[in-house]
Design a protein around this ligand. Structure first.
Ligand SMILES: Nc1ncnc2c1ncn2[C@@H]1O[C@H](COP(=O)(O)OP(=O)(O)OP(=O)(O)O)[C@@H](O)[C@H]1O
Ligand code: SF4
Ligand SMILES: [Mg+2]
Length: 361
């Protein structure tokens, strides 16, 4: 394989994005590393305020400055640092090489403009197509994302579409220029469960058709379970764990991931049961905490955890845990290399809300 194919599409290194506020410096993203490989779906999960959106808005260089600022790190896209690009160069890349789908479609669709205008405008900016060609391309894309009677509906206004259909229009808009990277920030939270499943399926199909790499951000580990190839778990502006999706679910190596797994309903068995929430509250983002941000809530915490952020511990298949006790967590009951029966038993116990015994130290 050539370097081009083996090199990750996106490499984020030691990224720090802070906001200056009256309460102090909010360390929204405070030194994260991750990569997005070509053609993969990467899920970013974590509770509210963990820095998921800010980490991605930083990639697009859309952080409002002031109060925000990327204070450190590198964002390599195809090997080139986006932080070194001029504003004009970045503008050219947005919507073209990197696109974003936001949680609320109305925040990106202009209510006063016909869909046709909004779609063709993007193409006019980024391609040399003439007006007939841009219209045809836009109709094609609406059809591809499943808008019925696209040829007629393209001249309607956003409010004439249902929530799910508006989300599809947004996806069409994001994919018009065949971006190499699509970032979807909670793309389905506002939608009901059936439509959510359809939209996720659609994003997956489009990834297959266009070989687009996808980053999907969500609070909901269930959403990424059937969707992501790999998952990055964030907490307190840091990455806690990164792993292929299957490994993360079956062999987590971080106490926070274990906590998350216990707090989401299992979707693979079709049961809707809330499990044990993680006790305690998230860290204050204005604290300049040198240690592990999860330490206050972690049953495994030792003194060192309060003093120094952990070095990553590597496991098989690129699984990486930022925890001083990663090896022990991995080898503990939930992370044990279990037989299928044992695994089923553990899953049953997790599902019934039982606490898996983790030692207090
Ligand atoms: N413009 C801003 N000014 C000040 N603080 C901000 C700003 N934008 C984000 N933050 C802070 O940065 C932190 C991370 O926010 P972010 O939006 O990335 O969280 P998130 O993980 O996406 O959460 P959610 O799941 O609720 O969307 C939070 O503490 C948030 O309050
Ligand atoms: S054991 Fe320490 S480093 Fe690991 S998650 Fe708990 S507090 Fe963080
Ligand atoms: Mg967010």
């Amino acid at each position: 394989m050539t370097d081009e194919q083996t090199q990750p599409l996106l490499e984020v290194r030691n990224l720090k994005t802070h906001f200056e506020t009256d309460e102090g410096t909010v360390r929204a993203v405070d030194g994260i590393d991750y990569e997005v490989r070509r053609g993969e779906v990467l899920g970013i999960v974590g509770e509210s305020g963990s820095g998921k959106s800010v980490s991605q808005i930083s990639v697009l260089r859309l952080i409002p400055t002031p109060p925000g600022k990327i204070v450190d790190g590198e964002i390599l896209f195809n090997g080139e640092d986006l932080l070194e690009k001029s504003d004009e160069e970045i503008r050219q890349m947005r919507g073209n090489q990197i696109s974003m789908i936001w949680q609320d479609p109305m925040s990106s669709l202009n209510p006063f403009l016909r869909i046709s205008r909004q779609l063709t405008e993007t193409l006019e900016v980024h391609t040399d197509l003439d007006s007939d060609e841009t219209r045809e391309r836009a109709i094609e894309m609406l059809e591809m994302v499943g808008i019925p009677a696209a040829r007629e509906r393209i001249d309607q206004y956003p409010h004439q579409f249902s929530g799910g259909m508006r989300q599809r229009v947004m996806i069409a808009m994001a994919l018009l220029c065949r971006p190499e990277l699509l970032i979807a920030d909670e793309p389905t939270t506002a939608l009901d469960v059936t439509i959510q499943a359809q939209i996720l399926e659609l994003i997956k199909d489009l990834r297959d058709d266009f070989d687009t790499s996808v980053v999907i951000i969500t609070h909901d580990l269930g959403v990424v379970a059937g969707m992501a190839d790999r998952i990055v778990v964030m907490y307190g502006g840091r990455v806690m764990e990164e792993a292929p999706a299957k490994r993360l679910f079956h062999q987590p190596a971080h106490p926070y991931t274990v906590g998350l797994l216990k707090s989401v309903p299992r979707i693979d068995r079709g049961r809707e049961k809330r499990l044990v929430p993680i006790e305690g509250s998230p860290p204050d983002p204005t604290d300049d905490n040198p240690g592990c941000p999860f330490a206050e809530r972690c049953r495994w915490a030792v003194d060192k955890c309060h003093e120094e952020f952990p070095e990553p511990v590597e496991f098989e298949d690129g699984q990486r845990s930022y925890c001083w006790r990663a090896e022990e967590v991995y080898a503990s009951e939930l992370g044990a290399k279990a037989s299928p029966e044992h695994q089923a038993d553990i899953e049953e116990r997790v599902e019934s809300g039982e606490r898996i015994d983790t030692p207090r130290t």
